[in-house]
Ligand binder design. Structure first.
Ligand code: IZC
Ligand code: ZN
Length: 408
C-alpha cells in the first residue's frame, strides 16, 4: 500500500455510485475508529481500523473527522479581472440584472477575459485551484462563458484543459457559450444564437474541450425556448446538458431541464412546484448555490421541498467574479444547513456524492469506498456536526487528492 490514513476518529461518507434522493440523502456511513488505505491513487480500504497494514507513508489523523474530498459541481473558474468596482452599484441598490443590462456584470468580465492572455488566465486559474484544494475541494466543474466569441471561448476552454492536466484539483469542463448576449450582438440576438449553435458547439465537440453544455436561462438573457433549441443542438453533438434556471424569475426553467434530460439544473431559487416534480421524475440533480443567494441578498432555493419530492440535491459554490466571489465550499455547506435546513448528513451528501452525480462522476469520486479515487479530507473536527456548525474559517487539516497528501 502507498498510503495509510490511520487513527481516524470518525469516517463519514455516503455510499454508492448514484445520486441519493429523498430519505436516502440522509443515509450516510459513520464508522468510528477507522482507517483508509490507498494504492495507485485509489482507495483500497475504508472502514474499521484493525489488522496490520504496511504502507510507504502513514498519516496519523489524530482522532479527527474524515470525509470524501469535496466536489464543487458549479464554478466559473476561468476569467480575467474581478468586479469589485460593481460593489458600489450593488450597495446603491442596483440589481444583478440591471448591472448586466447596463453593460456591466458578465459583460464586464467578458471584456477583461478577452483582454487577458491564455497564459495569464492559466496562472490565475492555478492559484485559484490551489486555494480550493486547501479548503477541501478535490474536484470541480469549470464553465466557459466569458469569451462569447469562438476564439475567446476556445481560449477559456484550453485554459480549463491545461488546468485539468496540472493535476491540482480534478476538473470537469462545461461549455457556457450561451451565458449572455455580447455587446456586438445586442441588436441581433438570433445571430449570436446561430454563432453558438453553428460555429462554437461543433468545434468544442470536435476538439473535445467540454463534456457538458450549459446555458443561462433567465429574464433578459435566454428564454426557455431558446434554451431548448441550443441544448437540443448540443445533445445531438453528444454533450451532457446543464442549465442555470429560475435564479431570479420563475420562467419555467426547471420544467425545461426535465424536458431536455439535463444531468443537473442550477440555482432554482424560484423553481415552481411543477418544475420540482418534473425534475424528480426525470432524475435531474438540483445544483443549489446558497452562497449566491447570500451574496445577492435573494431568497434561498426550496431545498427541503426538493428532497421531499425526490430530487437529489447537490450544493456548490457558483464561484464567479460577480454573484459569488468565494471558492471555499465550506460557506455554502454552512448555508445548506442554516438556510436550506438540510441535516449535516444531507449536506455532506450534497457536496460529495450528489455533487459528483451532477457532473457525471458518481462512479469514480464522491464516496470513500474501494475503487474510488483517493480524494479525502481530514478535518480539524471531532464529529460531522462540527464542520457545519463552525463557520468563517478553514477547518481543513489535511487534503489527499489522487493519493497525494497536502497538509494545511
Ligand atoms: O459572472 O455573473 N449567474 N452567471 C449567471 C453568473 C452568475 C456569473 C457572473
Ligand atoms: Zn453559474
Amino acid at each position: 500500500m502507498d498510503l495509510l490514513l490511520k487513527n481516524i476518529g470518525l469516517l463519514a461518507t455516503p455510499l454508492g455510485s448514484v445520486a441519493h434522493r429523498g430519505k436516502d440523502q440522509n443515509q450516510i456511513s459513520l464508522v468510528e475508529d477507522a482507517m483508509v488505505g490507498i494504492k495507485d491513487g485509489k482507495i483500497v480500504y475504508a472502514g474499521k481500523a484493525g489488522g496490520s497494514m504496511n504502507a510507504d507513508e502513514v498519516v496519523d489523523c489524530g482522532g479527527r473527522l474524515v470525509t470524501p474530498g469535496l466536489v464543487d459541481a458549479h464554478t466559473h473558474l476561468v476569467f480575467g479581472g474581478w468586479r469589485q468596482k460593481e460593489m458600489g452599484l450593488k450597495l446603491q441598490g442596483m440589481s444583478y440584472l440591471d448591472i448586466l443590462k447596463s453593460g456591466g456584470g458578465i459583460l464586464s468580465t467578458v471584456k477583461m477575459t478577452r483582454g487577458t492572455s491564455e497564459e495569464d488566465l492559466y496562472q490565475k486559474g492555478k492559484g485559484l485551484l490551489w486555494t480550493m484544494l486547501r479548503h477541501g475541494t478535490t474536484s470541480c466543474e469549470c464553465k466557459s462563458g466569458y469569451g462569447l466569441s469562438l476564439a475567446d471561448e476556445l481560449k477559456q476552454l484550453r485554459v480549463a484543459r491545461r488546468l485539468a492536466e496540472a493535476g491540482i484539483v480534478r476538473l470537469v469542463p462545461t461549455f457556457l457559450g450561451a451565458h449572455a448576449i455580447p455587446e456586438e450582438y445586442k441588436e441581433n440576438r438570433q445571430a449570436f444564437i446561430d454563432l453558438v449553435v453553428n460555429e462554437m458547439l461543433p468545434v468544442v465537440a470536435r476538439e473535445k474541450l467540454a463534456e457538458f453544455c450549459d446555458i443561462f436561462c433567465e429574464t433578459a438573457v435566454f428564454t426557455p425556448e431558446e434554451s431548448e433549441y441550443i441544448l437540443g443542438k448540443a445533445k445531438a453533438l453528444g454533450f451532457g446538458l446543464k442549465a442555470h434556471v429560475d435564479e431570479i424569475d420563475p420562467i419555467g426553467g426547471a420544467e425545461m431541464t426535465a424536458k431536455m434530460g439535463c444531468i443537473s439544473a442550477e440555482h432554482l431559487i424560484q423553481a415552481s412546484d411543477q418544475g420540482i416534480k418534473d425534475m424528480a421524475r426525470a432524475g435531474v440533480v438540483a445544483a443549489l448555490l446558497p452562497a449566491t443567494s447570500f451574496y445577492l441578498d435573494k431568497p434561498y432555493a426550496r431545498a427541503r421541498t426538493m428532497i421531499e419530492e425526490g430530487v437529489a440535491v447537490a450544493v456548490a459554490t457558483d464561484f464567479n467574479p460577480g454573484s459569488s466571489p468565494n471558492l471555499n465550499l465550506q460557506l455554502p455547506m454552512n448555508l445548506a444547513c442554516l438556510k436550506y435546513k438540510l441535516t449535516p448528513a444531507e449536506a455532506l451528501c450534497a457536496v460529495t456524492l450528489n455533487a459528483a452525480a451532477a457532473i457525471g462522476r458518481a462512479g469514480t469520486i464522491g464516496t470513500l469506498e474501494p475503487g474510488k479515487a483517493a480524494d479525502v479530507v481530514v478535518w480539524d473536527a471531532p464529529d460531522l456536526e462540527y464542520i457545519f456548525y463552525r463557520y468563517g474559517n478553514n477547518l481543513v487539516n489535511t487534503v489527499v487528492q489522487g493519493g497525494r497528501v497536502y497538509k494545511n
